[in-house]
Ligand binder design. Structure first.
Ligand code: BGC
Length: 762
């Protein structure tokens, strides 16, 4: 197969180079299959060309149009032709990808193919629920499948690398990027991180339906102070090792090919210039073999952080700290060659980075065929195909969480009812795509109105009620919420008055969460709360369907509204999924992956907190214990919480032994019965508390869970194993330790599980 116009590379790809040239300073193997091929290429490369591999540019001109003659685009184009670009992002579609790949392969001296990256976060064109919503399914197989679908569709459109999954743990719902992650828990977060990497990468990266994944943002980004994006992060070692790092380590176990560092300072050092994180932990302790890309411009951002003097020093610090590829700060391509010549960055550092990058390119099969992702026919047949739609619909239904169903308004009867459907979001075909919707076409989601219309036995009247935003919100623009127009209230009230049941779809627009969308208030934006209260006055039989990218503060609704459903931003099939849940064709099974606070003042509020020395009220009028004088400590809805249309009863928690020793285990069993009248699925959760330890442990920690579907009246005994893995933790030096001591185990349907028993480890 003749693919390259530069024969030298084709030859080298096939020949093992065994020489011992000076430049071969790298010792460790990245992938024995490709080590010598990579080294052979490395020997041919000039220093500039090596640095070029470490340079990633954003898509910069209409690639299939005329060649840029001037300005920024012209400079980048020239650099691409000189082999000074190793990767591009945001170049989409086979035609465009082929065009840039052709330049890299046919016009550069060595013809090294580009790796093409894109934020395929929850779908490419067929959009899945936002990742936080998917996490609410606790269904690892469905989550893996969702990533697999996203990968297949993106790969068919020329993409071979996604900047996902984001595995940042976060306890702060003000941070807009919680929508991209798996919530507050490191155990669930690690399982999901693993599943997502496997979904994107499959078992063999050479399969053209798979793409390389990125674990991001390394590390600590989810702990931005006051939930404000890009803000400082200061966390203690216990939190770093036990909460922040485990999901990242899980991605290394899943063989993730790349990492992205992050915008934040971590304890005073920018993550991008942090060699403790990147060299010591990731490439050292965890022996990560892939490469690390910076976040967008984050190398340059070390200057305003007050860490680097100027761009040149920023490049030096980032490269020496282990950042292998520069996303768009353009400082590597500008300074690294000089820095090597001046002895400030060793050439072995550059070689290591380039070896890592080239190895991933080999693993993707790009050296066998740089156009292997560029098949117009495949792009046509794969994009949006029915099997993808089925998969995202399945994922969307599993992501819905039922918070409240007091008057049993749900599931809705299928005939003979008058339903008023209220809220701008009910008819919105764009917002459900959520933030980071890749190439999901504007207005391509099924709206709730459309989804509910498929059920024709009832009469359905839709009224907007109130606008949510001014203008059309977009990915890069501020969302303005200065709505003052109440003129739609009357029509909403009239429709509600005439209805048996009112379904109100309220919450956040898809672009009110995501990057740069931190919020100081977590209520229903704009006049939606007011509308809800007005409608309630005329008809209290309300089903509130939230559309949200994060936990919201809904205290009034919880006190007054009989049924509440968390509908997140569920993607392309949003309206169908919600209609099927509301009508009971899917019995909701989601459980919250993040606590819903009672008010913003409680934040960070999370279930796996440490105990204080004064955890409980010492007496009714004593004030000196850890609490607020104006709010309970408990969140509105805790982690792991979620109802079903049926009911479950737990009983008979048993341990086969009250203690275990090294290499042993304790078996925990519990009976679960479906006591309602419908088939339903429950996620049975097991939590552990270590009562005392050399570093104090949380009041409870999720250590295992199982999903089980039971028919009405059916029972099952579930069994869990507690091993050393369930009780160990990282000490403040990052060492995994297992200490003898006393523990409690809790089993139930949320982090408030009440069945408990004690055991010890000797
Ligand atoms: C985000 C990353 C993303 C990158 C490229 C940055 O602003 O923080 O998560 O991958 O942009 O789009």
């Amino acid at each position: 197969m003749k693919l390259y116009s530069i024969p030298v590379l084709a030859l080298l790809s096939a020949v093992l180079f065994t020489g011992t040239a000076q430049s071969q300073t790298i010792k460790s193997s990245l992938n024995p299959k490709y080590d010598s091929k990579v080294d052979s290429i490395l020997r041919l490369m000039t220093l500039d060309e090596k640095v070029g591999q470490m340079n990633q540019y954003n898509g910069f001109w209409e690639v299939t149009g005329p060649v840029p003659k001037e300005g920024d685009a012209a400079i980048k184009y020239e650099q691409l032709r000189k082999g000074l670009v190793g990767s591009m992002l945001n170049v989409n579609g086979v035609e465009n990808v082929r065009a840039v790949q052709k330049i890299a392969v046919e016009e550069t001296r060595l013809g090294i193919p580009l790796i093409i990256g894109y934020d395929v976060v929850h779908g490419y064109k067929t959009i899945s629920p936002i990742p936080l919503a998917e996490a609410a399914s606790w269904d690892l197989e469905a989550i893996r499948k969702s990533a697999e679908v996203a990968a297949a569709e993106a790969a068919a459109a020329g993409i071979n690398w996604t900047f996902a999954p984001m595995v940042d743990i976060s306890r702060d719902a003000r941070w807009g990027r919680v929508m991209e992650g798996a919530g507050e828990d490191p155990y669930l977060g690690s399982k999901i991180a693993y599943a997502r990497v496997k979904g994107f990468q499959g078992d063999d990266l050479k399969d053209v339906n798979t793409i390389a994944a990125t674990a991001k943002h390394f590390a600590g980004y989810g702990f931005s102070e006051s939930g404000r994006d890009y803000n400082t992060v200061d966390v203690g070692t216990s939190t770093l090792y036990n909460d922040i790092l485990p999901p990242f380590e899980a991605t290394v176990e899943a063989d993730v090919k790349t990492f992205m560092n992050s915008f934040n300072l971590l304890n005073g050092i920018p993550a991008t210039g942090n060699s403790f994180l990147q060299r010591e932990i990731l490439k050292g302790k965890w022996a990560f073999k892939g490469f690390i890309v910076s976040d967008w411009g984050s190398i340059g951002e070390m200057i305003p952080h007050g860490f680097a003097k100027d761009g040149k020093q920023a490049a030096e610090l980032a490269a020496n700290a282990g950042s292998d590829m520069d996303m768009e700060s353009r400082l590597y391509v500008e300074h690294l060659t000089a820095l090597v010549n001046e002895g400030k960055v060793k050439e072995s550092v550059i070689d290591d980075a380039v070896r890592r990058i080239l190895t991933v390119k080999y693993e993707l099969g790009l050296f066998d065929d740089p156009y292997r992702y560029c098949d117009e026919n495949r792009e046509r047949t794969e994009t949006g195909k029915p099997a993808f739609q089925d998969a995202v619909l399945d994922m969307a239904k599993k992501s819905v969480v039922l918070l409240k169903n007091e008057k049993q308004l749900l599931p809705l009867k299928k005939s003979g009812m008058k339903i008023a459907l209220i809220g701008q979001l009910a008819a919105d075909k764009d917002s459900p795509l959520g933030s980071w919707r890749a190439l999901g076409a504007p207005n391509s989601a099924v709206s709730v109105v459309e989804g509910m219309k498929a059920y024709q036995g009832n009469s359905l009247e839709y009224v907007e009620g109130v606008k949510l935003t001014e203008g059309t919100p977009g990915f890069a623009f501020e969302t303005k919420i200065n709505i003052t127009d109440r003129s739609g209230f009357e029509a909403a009230k009239t429709a509600a008055r005439n209805a048996d049941v009112v379904v109100m779809v309220l919450g956040e627009h898809g672009f009110q969460s995501g990057e740069g969308r931190s919020r100081a208030e977590l209520d229903l934006p704009g006049l939606q709360q007011e509308l809800l209260e007005e409608v309630y006055k005329v008809n209290p039989n309300i089903v509130l369907v939230l559309m949200n990218g994060r936990p919201l503060v809904i205290d009034w609704a919880v006190a007054n509204i009989p049924s509440i459903v968390v509908g997140w931003h569920l993607g392309t099939q949003s309206g169908n999924a919600l209609a099927q849940v509301l009508y009971g064709d899917y019995n909701p099974s989601g459980k919250l992956p993040m606590s819903f606070p009672k008010n913003v003042g409680q934040i960070p509020v999370y279930y796996n907190h440490k105990s204080t020395g004064r955890p409980a009220n010492p007496g009714s009028d004593l004030v000196f214990w850890s609490h607020y004088i104006d709010s309970p400590n408990e969140p509105m809805y805790p982690f792991g919480y979620g109802l079903s249309y049926t009911s479950f009863e737990y009983s008979n928690l048993k341990l086969n032994s009250e203690s275990f020793a090294k290499d042993g285990s304790v078996t925990v069993t519990i009976d679960l019965k479906n006591t309602g009248s419908l088939t339903g699925k429950e996620t049975v959760q097991l939590y552990i508390r270590d009562l005392y330890a050399s570093v104090a442990r949380p009041v409870r920690e999720l250590k295992d869970f199982q999903q089980v579907e039971l028919k009405a009246g059916e029972s099952k005994t579930l069994s869990f194993q507690i091993t050393e893995k369930s009780i160990g933790f990282y000490d403040n030096e990052g060492k995994w330790i297992v200490e003898p001591g006393d523990f409690k185990v809790f089993v139930g349907g949320s982090s408030k599980a009440t069945f408990e028993a004690g055991f010890s480890f000797q």
